[in-house]
Structures are given as structure tokens and as C-alpha cells.
Write a protein that binds this ligand. Sequence first.
Ligand SMILES: Cc1ncc(COP(=O)(O)O)c(C=O)c1O
Length: 369
Amino acid sequence: MITVNCPLLDGNEKKYLLECIETGWISSEGPFIKQFEEQFAALVGRKHGIAVCNGTAALDAAVEALGIGAGDEVIMPAFTIISCVGQIVRVGAKPVLVDSDPFTWNMDVTQIEAKITPRTKAIMVVHIYGLPVDMDPVFEIAARYDLKIIEDAAEMHGQKYRGMPCGSFGDISTFSFYPNKHVTTGEGGMVVTNNDQLAEDCRSLRNLCFQPKKRFVHERLGWNLRMTNLQAALGLAQLERLDEFVQRKRRMGKRYSELLAGLPGVQLPLAVTDYAENIYWVYGLVLDDGLGMDAEEAMRRLADKGIGTRPFFCPMHMQPVLLRMGLFEGESYPVAERLYRQGFYIPSGMALTEMQIEEVAQAIWEVLQ
Ligand SMILES: Cc1ncc(COP(=O)(O)O)c(C=O)c1O
């Protein structure tokens, strides 16, 4: 079986982990946390980095820190992961969706302005699968309507938009370090921001809002979202190789695109746009409606040949849990719906070999032709 993801952990990971064990620093108090936060924040040009236990927690803390509350509206893509809506709906705010661009698979930024109401507080941008959202129109709209930007850069380590690092665009931005990410800590996430108050709030929210003087007296409800020193040790070792990892992924993407070029009825990821070059967090395929096969069927046939795949995200307006809450009734986002029905991604892990890439491509030709 060629798995859909396999991380590469053959740098300093073992050495730094051993250091944690030998020194006994295994909780969130250890020295690697601060180093990881500082180095990661510097990498994306941010003043503050707040390491947390995963990318979902980073988004929850970001939404809470911005003070999004009952009745507020947040404009976001329909085509994304459930992590993006969690805290918005829990506080009684309303996620307001826009459809996707059919070529980049990111939110169609031309649809944002029409969704703004007096209750809109923020735009949540989510960079999907390897290409960033077209940020300039978002900056312009956010400035004109005085809206906050939450940037979910979970998949974008090492990516740039017009030469500026992803993760540097939100009032508050978030990352994930799950093992399928360009930098992994096993489980992990990071909030980054230039805003001192937001950073302080996120640090407090991450640590149950303990108070410095009266530790067990709480003015606000937080969570335990802390990252451990063990995870930060992994993260530091991974970060040392980020440039190499981005190059590896770009080579993988280019090779897949060469091998799959000319395959009828299949849309491949865009290699470049006028603002960014794809980093192929994952290598996605979208089948033409006329192919007579949907993603589920293609994934089943590929599994029979030992090729691991994952479906594309199920759009927010199709999530039973959200529909039961009375959200998105009668709403339709045709591009997102089609991406869900016809899209999936193929093995894209950091440790994927050239031979495996060729084997995967061969299997795809056999299944889809
Ligand atoms: C765009 C996006 N946001 C948030 C997350 C959540 O991150 P985590 O799995 O670390 O909670 C993911 C996870 O893959 C993601 O792709």
C-alpha cells in the first residue's frame, strides 16, 4: 500500500527528543517551546507565536481572542475543514459562506463583498491544498469595511503570496503541524500575530486563563491547549529543513503533473498563478462530470491497486451537524459541491519516493482512462 501521507523524520528529531527525555522537560514548560515559537514566528514575519496542541485549537483561540460573539458574522469559504467553523458556531456567531474558485479551489474573493452586512466582523481566509487565497482584494475589502482578517494557514508552511509569507496576512493567523503538514510536531498548531493584546489573550486562553497573581481564580474561561516540549522538539528539527521540504513537495507536484499530463477528463492542480507557485500540500485531482466516475468510485478502484487517497473537504453547507443547527438552509455553492463530489488527493507525503510517484501515476492512468 502506498499511503496518502508519510512524514520524514530523519533530521535532528531524535536528538532533540532525547534531550527532552534526558533533561526531564516533557511538559509545556520546556525550553524548546519558546525557541519553536520564536523561530516559527520569525519565519512568517510575525512578532508573536503561540504554540498550541493542534490547528483546530489555534483557530478556536483566534476566534475567541478576536471577541467574535453571538450575532456576529464571519465570512469564510464553504469548501474547508470543519475546524474553521467550530468556535464561530459555539459562540452563537454565524458563518457566512462563499463559493470556491474552480481553478485554485480557494475561496472566490469576488463573492465576499456581496455577503457583508452590518453584523460582519471578520473574513476568515483559508489557503487550500497548496495555493494561497488571492489576498489583495481581501485586504482592500477588509480595510474599506473595517473587518478583521483571520488567516488559516494550516497547510501553507513555506508558501508565499506575492513574495510575502503566508501566515503574515491575518490580524491573527494560524497553522497546523499534523503529520501531513510541511512541518510536523505529531499533533500541534500555532497562532501568530503582531498584536500584543491578541497574543496575550491567546497565551492566556491556551493556559486555562490562569491569572498570574491568583492562579486558581478565573475571570475568563479558557482551555488547556498547551503544546509539549516533546512536540516543539520535533517542530524545531522539522523547521530546520523547511526549504528542503518545500522543494521536495514542488518536485513531487511537478513530477505528478508531468506523468498525468494528457489524462483525459481530469483537472490537475494549477502549478502557478500570477501571485504564487503551488507548494502541493497535497496533490489533488478533480474528475470531469462527463468521465462517468465520481471521486468515491475512483478512490475505491485506486485502493484495490494499493494506492491510498483521501476525499476532498465536504463543504460546510452540506454538514449534517451544521444543517441541524438551522444553518445554511437552502444554500448552494456549486463549485464547492463539485469539488467534494469529484475531488480527491493522492499520496503526497514528504517521504514519497520517485518510484512510488511513478507507481501512483501508472495506477491512475489505468483506473481513469
Ligand atoms: C485548512 C485547515 N485548517 C485547520 C486544520 C486543522 O488542523 P489540526 O488537524 O491540526 O487540528 C487543518 C487540518 O488539516 C486544515 O487543513
